[in-house]
Design a protein. Structure first.
Lengths: 692, 177
């Protein structure tokens, strides 16, 4: 039989699948074998291929090659269709886990390193380099050898550079998808370190450089011993009110001349033409008029000429009135210019009066500039840090409440952890022999959740004995109107001013400063600051000039120089900077004796020089005033000429009218007489009487 | 592409469990509805990897339903929004937002929440429909189609021939295993 089947199929029967070799219990065969096969033909083949013997299904003997082949093809389905869980994928998952662990050990850190760099680059807008980053995911610890953040505004400089760092992450936050660095310690921190390569990001424009504020020019401080009034006047000429007033008057006169010269010339020409044209009429000999016709013709011409002359007079009169109005206004400008002379005199005399506060006024710009230079770098650094922290704390733009096919994120109140939170950054480090401690607390992307401002604390002492402490709070919560608050103390700071005090005749000033600084800012941009400083053991170098020498002596005697400054700006109100020192008091005491002698002479010299300047340089320079006045006089002359012409013509008109009347009367009388002569001897018929 | 299609056709006409095929279909629909980019999707994907839901059918189903899920995004967004902003659910969802792991699923995104809800709601109907479809195909449609003159004519087309040979190859590979 077997041989027959083999021959029939033409092939050797295959070995039955392992599933079929052993007897299968009846229940199991029906549940696991038959039920697993869904195609009816295959199910029938499977059922027919087994026989039930002794309570178990056994493969029939003598099955053909084709049947066995088909049965073997069904075996994988019998295995696959049993149960709900696959075995091989579990093995694959295990292998995948091992692979992931291997990746974590070898490739994860570089990837995370780059991710951190990219994230920080987005915040700071400049290149960030993180070296030797390593993460221990099970220990929730990470570290790096160095972190350098470039300055976007100065790409060849690092904004900040950290040395070796270690950090500890919070597990509970990590399980919620948040990054909470409980503690981060850095071996060193440095700012403004140079870079070998540019830190500018490609395709990212560098921020606009902040325009430098124009520094105010210091007023000159007078050296009484070598006082030169002309030099003082020359130096202050640009600021004198009288210069501007005379310049304004001159411009106004020139404009007035330009405005009226054309009209006056036209008027003058018209009058001259009329005088020429009507000269014959004015000179008309009335006695020569012999007939009424002659008189009537002359009268007509005179009336027309008179009308034209009246028009010319009206124009000349209008012109005189208009120029007269201008003349009153221009005279006012001249009076104002003369008043400005007195004001300028008081201003210039203040320079030679040591009690006028001029010493402080001279010093203020220099001190302000010096303070600004010292503070600006640190303020700028602080502003950048604040801007970065604010950018971090600015939540991503929330999607609109309107339906959105990209989905919307619903935020729930009372979340425990912000997306990012740095609990503590601490660094104790040495810098050039000094030792410093820095702590930064509670920097987060959601300050409202943390409930505490971001705090920065820096304290330490440099190798040359400068002790400093700084405590700064940044109020990043948007609901808080405050922006930041800074308190700083400084002791033992060596001060060395050089060019800054040239205005007061000092080539240098040295001493040791101590002081306190307070700075507060609001979210509307207003910044208020206060500073108190004392310069101990001041030593002035190469003093020159009356005040310079006196000041140097006073400083040595006093032994200290105090300074306090208040500043407010940046907000909606005007900027205010007030500086108070005891410089004026020291200078005043020192120069009192010399000032008594020199100041009166200097004041007199200043007055004489100013008067000379006004009379010779300014008043004489009013060329347009003369031109204007000549124009005004000429216009008045034109008016007189036009009036005279009108009057002449009018008188002639009256004479001709009289003459015409006389000629007419004579002509009438002659006519009557001739008529009477002609009618003499002619009878007049009578009219008969009619009626009762 | 033809081989994948052939494998799917082969799966439908094979002894592969109809429940497994239906589960693959329904799970693919769920994967299409839930957007990736959160912890839930890979977890679901991995979990399905261990079950006997038919993997090839699941992938094909996910690919097939994904365009439909994108087209239905406004509806899914509205469903998610209604769920996430329902006042009675706010305490629960707030607690969930504060719970470990849950925020990693980004369940507070309307597309994720709406996708999960839609997947849960549609899984069973899709499974039942798939089960019914596979069984009906195997019992009635496949035999009828095999004898249909249209199918016989189609079989002569080059593309269908290529498909047939691919199915044959896939079957031989399957039988050899």
């Amino acid at each position: 039989m077997k041989e027959r089947e083999t021959k029939k199929s033409g092939a050797k029967p295959p070995k039955p699948h392992a599933l079929y070799r052993k007897p299968v219990k009846a229940g199991r065969f029906e549940k696991r074998y038959l039920k697993a096969i869904e195609l009816e033909a295959d199910k029938k083949l499977l059922g027919d291929s087994f026989e039930l013997r002794d309570g178990a299904y056994r493969l029939r003997e003598g099955l053909g090659a084709a049947e066995l082949k088909r049965l073997n093809a069904l075996a994988p389905f019998i295995k696959a269709n049993a149960g709900f869980v696959k075995g091989p994928p579990l093995v694959a998952a295990g292998l995948l886990t091992i692979g992931a662990a291997a990746f974590g050990a070898v490739g994860m850190n570089p990837l995370l390193e780059r991710s951190v760099e990219l994230g920080l680059e987005a915040v700071f807008g400049a290149r960030v380099e993180l070296d030797g980053f390593r993460l221990s995911p099970f220990g929730l610890r990470a570290g790096a050898d160095a972190l350098r953040i470039a300055d976007a505004g100065a790409p060849m400089t690092n904004l900040i550079e950290f040395g070796r760092m270690e950090l500890r992450l919070n597990l509970a936050a990590a399980l919620r998808g948040k990054l909470y660095i409980e503690e981060l310690s850095a071996a060193s921190i440095a700012t403004g370190t140079p870079r070998a390569v540019s830190g500018a990001l490609p395709q990212r424009p560098a921020p606009e450089p902040k325009p430098r504020r124009e520094r105010p020019e210091a007023p000159p401080l007078v050296d009484f011993e070598r006082f030169d009034a002309a030099a003082l006047l020359e130096a202050e000429r640009g600021k004198l009110a009288v210069t501007a007033a005379y310049a304004e008057a001159e411009a106004a006169y020139a404009a007035a001349v330009g405005r009226w010269a054309g009209r006056r010339a036209t008027s003058e020409a018209a009058i001259a033409q009329a005088q020429d044209a009507y000269a014959g009429l004015v000179a008309l000999d009335v006695a020569a008029l012999r007939s009424v016709d002659q008189a009537t013709k002359a009268l007509g011409e005179l009336r027309a000429a008179l009308s034209a002359a009246q028009g010319l007079r009206a124009e000349a009169d209008g012109l005189v009135k208009d120029i007269g109005e201008d003349e009153a206004r221009l005279a006012g400008l001249l009076r104002a210019a003369r008043r400005a002379t007195d004001e300028d005199l008081a201003y210039l005399k203040a320079f030679v009066n040591p009690r006028s506060g001029v010493a402080a006024a001279a010093l203020e710009p220099a001190l302000r500039a010096t303070l600004s230079d010292a503070a600006e770098r640190y303020l700028e650094l602080g502003a950048k840090a604040l801007a970065a922290a604010t950018a971090l704390a600015t939540p991503p733009a929330e999607r609109a409440v309107e339906p959105d096919r990209r989905g919307r994120v619903v935020r729930y109140p009372g979340a425990r952890y912000p997306a990012f939170r740095l609990g503590l950054l601490s660094a104790s480090f040495s810098d050039g022999g000094g030792s410093w401690e820095l702590e930064l607390r509670e920097l987060s992307s959601d300050p409202a959740l943390v409930g505490s401002p971001t705090k920065l604390s820096l304290r330490g002492e440099s190798k040359d004995g400068v002790a400093a402490s700084l405590n700064a709070d940044a109020f990043l919560d948007r609901a808080d109107p405050r922006s930041f608050r800074v308190r700083g103390e400084l002791q033992g700071l060596p001060v060395a001013l050089e060019d800054e005090l040239q205005a007061v005749g000092l080539a240098g000033l040295r001493g040791t400063a101590l002081g306190e600084l307070g700075l507060e800012g609001d979210k509307d941009g207003t910044v208020r600051g206060g500073l108190t400083m004392r310069l101990d053991r001041p030593i002035a170098a190469r003093a020159s000039g009356t005040l310079g020498k006196a000041f140097a002596d006073a400083l040595t005697t006093a032994g200290a120089l105090t300074l306090s400054a208040d500043w407010q700006g940046g907000g909606p109100g005007p900027e205010r900077f007030a500086i108070a020192t005891d410089i004026d008091r020291l200078v005043e005491e020192a120069v009192r004796r010399v000032a008594e002698t020199y100041a009166r002479q200097a004041a007199a010299a200043v007055e004489a020089e100013l008067r000379r300047y006004v009379s010779e340089d300014l008043a004489d320079g009013l060329g347009s005033q003369d031109e204007f006045e000549a124009l005004y006089a000429a216009a008045q002359g034109d008016l007189a000429a036009a009036d005279a012409l009108r009057r002449g013509l009018d008188a002639k008109r009256r004479s001709v009218e009289d003459k015409a009347g006389a000629l007419a009367a004579a002509a009438t009388a002659g006519a009557q007489k001739a008529a009477q002569e002609a009618l003499r001897g002619v009878g007049v018929p009578t009219i008969p009487k009619i009626g009762p | 592409m033809i081989k994948i299609l052939a494998k799917l056709v082969l799966t439908l006409g094979s002894n592969a469990g109809s429940a497994q095929v239906a589960a693959g279909l329904a799970s693919g629909l769920a994967l299409a509805l839930i957007p990736p980019g959160n912890l839930l999707w890979p977890l679901l994907f991995l979990a399905l990897f261990f079950t006997k839901a038919h993997y090839a059918v699941m992938l094909a189903s996910a690919a097939l339903f994904k365009p439909a899920a994108i087209a239905a995004a406004p509806l899914i967004d509205a469903l998610g929004w209604a769920f996430l902003t329902h006042p009675s659910l706010e305490p629960t969802l707030t607690a969930l937002y504060d719970a470990p792991i849950a925020p990693l699923t980004r369940f507070n995104d309307t597309l994720v929440a709406g996708g999960i809800l839609a997947a849960v709601a549609l899984w069973l109907p899709a499974f039942a429909l798939g089960l019914f479809g596979v069984r009906a195909y195997r019992k009635r449609l496949a035999p009828a189609m095999a004898k249909s003159p249209l199918v016989l004519a189609l079989k002569k087309l080059p593309l269908v021939k290529a498909l047939g040979s691919a199915i044959g190859a896939a079957r031989r590979v399957g039988e050899a295993q």
